[in-house]
Design a protein around this ligand. Structure first.
Ligand code: NIG
Ligand code: FE
Length: 416
């Protein structure tokens, strides 16, 4: 049996809880001054003040992890990424700098379908190789659980190839957990323009059954957006996926107010993501139906748009999660420090709310709130140690990574 103890912390920010936190409860991160944590076989078996914890054990039986007077907190959960893709779109970024919009580029055949072309050309092994590299980088930022979406295939073979790449990574890597999402309806290729319904039919009749049969995804997602997929098409696809046992996510109200938030609430989705343009009614519905509002500030930053109204969402009693949206187009970043800076400086979020959004609420956005996302007895020991003695140092360091040690299921997997 493996027994470890984390000692000499300045504080253990537990974020304790087994469900998403909404509204004012997002402020509750429940720090314990000079806390200590016992870990048994990869799971948390006790958390309390160091005095309390030391009373219950014979220290000789334990391997000590020394927090050296610093803050200990749950590992981050990055609950919305597109980290498996082939190729790059650096030229598009430069086109945007000279004034082209993201949707203009998409409409003239660039954007997502450009990554679709290079992902189709990539072999499974190549996707696994780039996926591995990107996961390594995430872990350095303290991410212990990540979500990854397909959606750069659109056709059956490539959608399955992307999901297979994630399955291989999931089986191989013990230093990060991966949740997989099938995002077949992510864009419309030229030959389906005006025939989006046929494309949705194809996804439902040909791709979805294989995803289910091979057990390749936990969630289904769609890009519900003007000039991409309508509310009606999104409802049809998501209901089919739900009928086959997948949980739901939606790229909702990102560029235009289409009613994606309302649809997410109607369908009982786990999360609605982006939400820059969500209506007040949509926000109230997310709160009422306990759909996690996943906000992606680095995408707004990268596209130079306004940020989602996190303050209104929290004041309306929503549970907000924050995530990077790492992808080759709208936001090529997996930087958690950037998310923290943007949320603190431009979204009027308190650091406690930001921490909740990146831990327990991120876990809830992946239906893992009972397994990870907080330091509670029975959960996986997914823990990070900062290089500073207070969680207030997180937003104070602008875009800087202050994560020192990353612990996944009780094992140290990165030391910066
Ligand atoms: O979440 N908005 C749609 N999908 C992605 C972007 C994908 C891409 O540009 O490659 C997003 O921003
Ligand atoms: Fe996305």
């Amino acid at each position: 049996m493996s027994k470890k103890v984390i000692l000499n912390s300045s504080e253990v920010v537990t974020c304790s809880g087994f469900e998403a936190k909404s509204g004012t409860t997002m402020m509750q991160i429940n720090p314990i001054k000079n806390g200590a944590i016992l870990i048994q076989d990869g799971y948390i078996s006790m958390v309390g003040t160091e005095t309390e914890v030391l009373k219950t054990i014979d220290l000789d039986d334990y391997e000590i992890i020394d927090a050296k007077g610093n803050t200990v907190m749950p590992g981050f959960v990055d609950s919305h990424t597109h980290f498996i893709f082939g190729g790059y779109r650096a030229e598009e970024f430069s086109w945007r700098l000279r004034g082209d919009s993201y949707m203009d580029i998409m409409e003239r055949g660039g954007g997502i379908v450009s990554s679709v072309r290079s992902t189709r050309e990539s072999t499974l092994a190549e996707l696994v190789t780039v996926g591995n590299k990107r996961l390594d980088s995430m872990i350095k930022f303290g991410v212990t659980t990540v979500e990854g979406k397909s959606g750069y295939g659109l056709d059956k073979a490539t959608e399955i190839k992307q999901l297979e790449a994630m399955r291989i990574l999931k089986e191989k890597r013990t230093d990060i957990d991966i949740a997989t999402t099938f995002l077949g309806p992510h864009a419309v290729e030229k030959q389906y323009k005006g025939k989006e319904d046929d494309f949705i039919d194809l996804q439902i009749s040909e791709v979805l059954p294989i995803v289910i049969q091979k057990n390749l995804a936990e969630f289904a997602d769609i890009f519900c957006e003007k000039n991409v997929f309508t509310i009606e098409q999104s409802r049809r696809f998501l209901l089919a996926a739900k009928g086959l046992g997948l949980k739901l996510k939606i790229h909702a109200d990102e560029i235009v107010q289409l009613g994606g938030a309302e649809l997410a609430a109607e369908l009982g989705a786990i999360s609605a993501d982006h939400l820059l343009q969500a209506s007040d009614f949509g926000i109230s519905q997310l709160a009422a139906k306990k759909v996690i509002a996943t906000l992606l500030p680095a995408t707004a930053f990268s596209l130079k748009t306004d940020y989602a109204n996190a303050r209104k969402m929290i004041n309306s009693n929503c549970a907000v999660a924050l995530s990077t949206d790492l992808n080759p187009g709208s936001c090529f970043s997996n930087s958690i420090p950037l998310i923290i800076s943007l949320a603190a400086l431009y979204m009027d979020m308190r650091i406690e709310e930001i921490i909740t959004s990146l831990t327990i609420n991120g876990a809830a956005a992946l239906s893992r709130e009972r397994e990870t996302g907080s330091i509670d007895v029975g959960k996986k020991a997914d823990i990070i140690i900062l290089d500073f003695p207070s969680y207030h140092f997180l937003p104070y360091h602008i875009g800087m990574n202050i994560v020192k040690t990353v612990i996944k299921s009780g094992n140290i997997v990165a030391e910066n």
